[in-house]
Design a binder for this molecule. Structure first.
Ligand code: TRP
Length: 361
């Protein structure tokens, strides 16, 4: 990984604590990867983009390859917290499976599944809801933001309960490691609270659920082509599977500035810095080195360098993805096998939960 000197933002104490914990965990993983079970997830709202790749996907593959057991969840219920289920869902979901396989998630070692297909996982939502108060959910920063963003539009009950559902996503398989961005830390905290309360209430002498750790990615935040956070819903992202021509079109419309000399100054020139960052990540070098190379070439040379770097770096992945996309039957079979594996785990967990809660008759 190149050293990245992004803008120094104020880091909140919980994020700092989590960064420290992440460093400790990385050492423990290096010593004994098999003592970890890692659960990660994505909402199926569109194709994976370069922000996902450098932010989280690459990290998943790295940990999988280091020997950590990996479960990847497609959060199709979570996707309907703020929108209706779209008729495109089946294509988006199989498209995600294609992205995962193309970028190196190995279906022989790892489990890819959709949580709507794993009934006992969803049933855990009921006992877990009994362990949290309405006020606690209302204080969850992500829920608060989403409620505020909804403005005068009605907020669904699912929006209100999704952090508890996310705890079920993590605890159904008793995962102890969850790689996340810092926006997800409140959900990990709630998951830990639920695990702890369950153990205190129902099995104080032999805790059943682990309290999972969030593992923060060290990758910088990539901006989209409009200078905002790269996001599927903002229509400013570069999809992993974009063709070289689409990539060129998307990068050429990216915001820059009018200074001819290209320098890496994230505070003063965030859009230029972002393209330098993107090119550097693709080339495995530093943004500074890319800037030095371009010098007085201006925005046109910068964009050409970024386009070339992205297209070269992702050519093999894109070729694999195109082959996979041509075989939807295979993609669906990978997902069904993952759903079955996850269901077997969830069934055992639910059975044990029922026993511990005196609900086995
Ligand atoms: N909330 C995550 C997102 O918006 C997706 C998600 C759902 C998830 N369940 C999860 C992430 C469990 C990690 C663990 O991207």
């Amino acid at each position: 990984m190149p050293t990245l000197t992004g803008p120094t933002r104020a880091v909140s104490p919980p994020v700092r604590a989590s960064q420290h914990r992440t460093a400790v965990l990385e050492q423990a993983i290096a010593r004994n990867p098999r003592s970890f079970r890692m659960l990660t997830g994505d909402r199926p709202t569109g194709a994976l983009h370069l922000g996902h790749y450098f932010g989280s996907q690459q990290n998943r593959v790295r940990l999988q390859d280091a020997g950590v057991e990996l479960l990847v969840l497609i959060a199709d219920y979570q996707a309907i917290t703020d929108r209706s289920a779209s008729c495109d869902l089946p294509d988006i979901v199989t498209g995600l499976v294609a992205d995962y396989l193309a970028l190196g998630i190995d279906p022989e070692r790892s489990t890819i599944f959709a949580h709507s297909q794993v009934e006992p996982l969803n049933q855990l939502l009921l006992p877990f809801l009994s362990l949290v108060s309405v006020a606690e959910i209302g204080r969850n920063p992500t829920v608060k933001d989403e409620v505020a963003a909804a403005g005068s539009t009605a907020v669904s009950g699912l929006m209100f309960t999704y952090p508890v559902h996310q705890a079920a996503d993590i605890l159904f398989c008793r995962a102890n490691l969850v790689p996340v961005g810092s926006d997800q830390l409140p959900h990990i905290e709630l998951t830990r609270t639920i695990a702890r309360r369950f153990n205190e209430h129902y099995c104080p002498d032999a805790p059943y659920f682990p309290e999972p750790d969030g593992l923060l990615s060290t990758a910088p935040l990539l901006l989209g082509t409009d200078g905002q956070k790269m996001s599927k819903s903002r229509n400013n992202s570069i999809p992993l599977r974009a063709t070289p021509e689409e990539t060129a079109r998307l990068v050429s419309r990216a915001k820059t500035d009018s200074e001819r000399y290209i320098s890496y100054e994230p505070e003063r020139r965030p859009e230029v810095a972002n393209l330098l960052q993107l090119a550097a990540l693709c080339l495995g070098t530093t943004p500074q080195a890319v800037a030095d190379e371009i010098g007085s070439g201006g925005a046109a040379a910068l964009k050409a360098a970024a386009i070339g770097a992205i297209n070269d770096r992702f050519a093999p992945l894109r070729a694999r993805r195109a082959d996979l996309a041509a075989d939807p039957v295979y993609l669906r079979s990978v997902l069904s096998a993952g759903n079955e594996k996850a269901s077997a785990i969830a069934t055992r967990t639910l059975q044990r939960v029922r026993e511990l809660m005196h609900q086995s008759y």
